[in-house]
Write a protein that binds this ligand. Structure first.
Ligand SMILES: Nc1nc2c(c(=O)[nH]1)N[C@H]1C(S)=C(S)[C@@H](COP(=O)(O)O)O[C@H]1N2
Ligand SMILES: [Mo]
Length: 322
């Protein structure tokens, strides 16, 4: 193999900052994506157009039991406006496709989210392989608006549709030796051009939580966003959402869940342990090795606001960390 320079995560952050400032101006996004109809105040039907909010085939072809809209759980309110769908859908970290956040949605059509099975194995009484159609039909779906904070110090706020991780774990009946939940992205290089191109990474993407974190009320498996099934760039058909943790913990396109006794290795922690720890909790008081985490840039305005302890979810999660 030829020597490919190892691009460390977010090494080009300074360039990206400049790009972002120019590029993330709403008008320019609209122009870049060809979303004239949004500019003109006309809505776009999800799943029907060649734009960031509907790059894939119509949703009914993806799921027999279409996701959403779901009942909004009013317990989760925001202190800031929701991010516009077109912004969230066109600014994505998903290295299986590209390290360019603006490019992911354009090329993510090679991911085939249906059929899709999620295997749940390890320390449990009733391991099983669950078809996504079955999960969407049987899990208690609800909508929650959550803040979302990337370790790169940008943030948004989005409405997820999903079910508590606890609902799925209860179904498989974990045993006493289940101490951690290991999650793995689908291992299918033919669907992920970035896996082939960036072969030095430890694919498939893998993440983990402690059992107590996974059972926390905030921890969701999301199957939808903005009232419909997840588009590919957000991690179709099922991804983790743990809003008190940095984005890198929120693993996309999950195909395997394993209950294990030992702390599992995780993708970015293995790659750069001094910069990405296993917990990945949002902590304004603990700087990243290369930048402060005290404030964040709201996407797309770039406005700087203070970062909240555990991303504002301290009431729900602080007790997990003694
Ligand atoms: N499989 C996989 N999951 C992933 C990533 C990835 O590259 N691959 N990137 C993570 C990072 S760093 C972030 S910030 C979020 C971005 O989620 P979003 O694009 O839905 O906003 O996905 C996370 N989950
Ligand atoms: Mo991230």
């Amino acid at each position: 193999m030829t020597q490919v320079p190892r691009r460390r995560p977010w090494q080009l952050r300074d360039n990206e900052l400049t790009d972002e400032k120019d590029w993330l101006h709403r008008r320019q996004i609209i122009r870049a994506l060809g979303l004239g109809s949004i500019a003109a105040g006309v809505g776009i039907l999800p799943g029907c157009g060649a734009d960031a909010t509907g790059t894939q085939s119509p949703l009914q072809e993806r799921y027999a039991h279409e996701v959403g809209p779901a009942h909004r759980n009013a317990a989760y309110t925001l202190d800031r406006p929701l991010t516009e769908e077109v912004v969230a859908a066109s600014y994505n970290n998903f290295y299986e496709f590209s390290t360019d956040k603006a490019e992911v949605w354009r090329i993510a059509h090679t991911l085939e989210p249906r059929p899709w099975a999620v295997e749940v194995t390890g320390a449990c009484q009733r391991p099983g392989t669950f078809d996504m159609d079955d999960l969407i039909r049987t899990m208690p779906l609800e909508e929650r608006t959550y803040r979302f904070r990337c370790v790169e110090a940008w943030s948004m706020a989005v409405p997820w549709i999903g079910f508590p991780i606890k609902a799925l774990l209860d179904r498989v009946e974990p045993t006493g030796s289940a101490k951690y939940v290991r999650m793995v992205t689908r291992d299918a290089p033919r669907m992920f051009p970035g896996v082939v191109r960036q072969s030095w990474y430890p694919w498939p993407y893998h993440e983990g939580l402690t059992m107590a974190e996974a059972m926390n009320e905030l921890a969701l498996f999301a199957v939808g966003i903005y009232g419909h099934a997840l588009p590919n760039q957000h991690g179709a058909p099922i991804r983790l959402v743990v809003p008190w943790k940095y984005g890198y913990k929120n693993i996309k396109s999950i195909a395997k869940i394993e209950l294990v006794e030992e702390r599992p290795p995780t993708f970015w922690n293995e790659e750069v342990p001094e910069e990405y720890d296993f917990l990945g909790n949002v902590r304004p008081d603990i700087p990243h090795a290369r930048w402060s985490q005290a404030t964040e840039r709201v996407i797309p305005s770039g406005e700087r606001i203070p970062t909240l302890m555990y991303n504002g979810y301290a009431d729900q999660v602080a007790a997990l960390y003694g």
